[in-house]
Design a protein around this ligand. Structure first.
Ligand code: 3SL
Length: 236
């Protein structure tokens, strides 16, 4: 059997190099968009509609949707909530369709949307996602959301974790050094994500906003068995 590819793309700016070569794109924004989306789906939210701009978010709001919007880590004024995974765990959200716009995560999801399958990855759903990916027999690229088209540690480590898991099955190969480096970062960080990421730029940014509980939650792996998939512009 020919091996499938598993690669890690560090930023949306680098995605042009990978685009069109992989059937499955795993979009990762550990702090915090994809962790929040996993929490929403785990809580029984019907769908999350990811939009890139505040204008699109406002249009949905006018139509009566519940809308979350975050920029620079903070809730955008006038919206129902921001990007905290805890906001999406409320029982009253079960069965609802929610719109979400974030600085990097929802933008990355929309950049990937022409792929055959777009799936949402985080540390919180790591193992179940890797098991699912291993069964698909498809080429996989992890698209890290990064920060404004810059590399970030937490998304790269999560991409490296997915790469390491799939490579271990013996059915996948990585050709790119970005994937090899992501794997090594994961192997270095895996026993203490919280400590390893102390120096990361976004962890420092969120800490300044008193979002330490969110950080701890997002860096705690395997809390839920969900595989959120983008279908017709909605994540279900
Ligand atoms: O960049 C994003 O999409 C967000 O996840 C950033 S934050 O964690 O909400 O600040």
């Amino acid at each position: 059997m020919q091996k499938k590819l598993i690669e890690v793309c560090y930023t949306p700016a680098d995605y042009a190099y990978f685009k069109g070569k992989f059937e499955i794109v795993v979009v990762i924004d550990v702090l915090r968009a994809t962790s929040a989306i996993c929490s929403a789906i785990n809580n029984g939210v019907n769908s999350v509609i990811p939009v890139s701009t505040i204008e699109e978010a406002k249009d949905y709001q006018k139509k009566g949707y519940l809308v979350g919007a975050e920029r620079q880590g903070e809730i955008v004024e006038g919206f129902d909530f921001g990007n905290s995974p805890y906001s999406y765990m409320k029982p009253e959200l079960k069965g609802k369709d929610i719109v979400l716009s974030t600085t990097n995560g929802t933008r990355a999801i929309n950049i990937a949307k022409e792929a055959e399958t777009v799936v949402i990855g985080a540390l919180t759903n790591l193992d179940v996602l890797c098991e699912w990916l291993a069964k698909q027999d498809k080429n996989v690229v992890c698209l890290c959301s990064g920060w404004k088209d810059n590399f970030n540690l937490e998304d790269t480590i999560c991409g490296g974790a997915i790469a390491e898991n799939l490579l271990r099955t013996g059915n996948f190969a990585s050709n790119e050094d970005s994937s090899v480096a992501a794997k090594y970062l994961y192997l270095t960080a895996k026993d203490n994500y919280f400590g390893f990421l102390k120096a990361s730029s976004h962890r420092r940014r969120l800490k300044k906003l008193n979002l330490n509980e969110d950080i701890k939650f997002c860096l705690t792996p395997n809390q839920m068995d969900v595989i959120p998939v983008l279908r017709n512009d909605r994540i279900e």
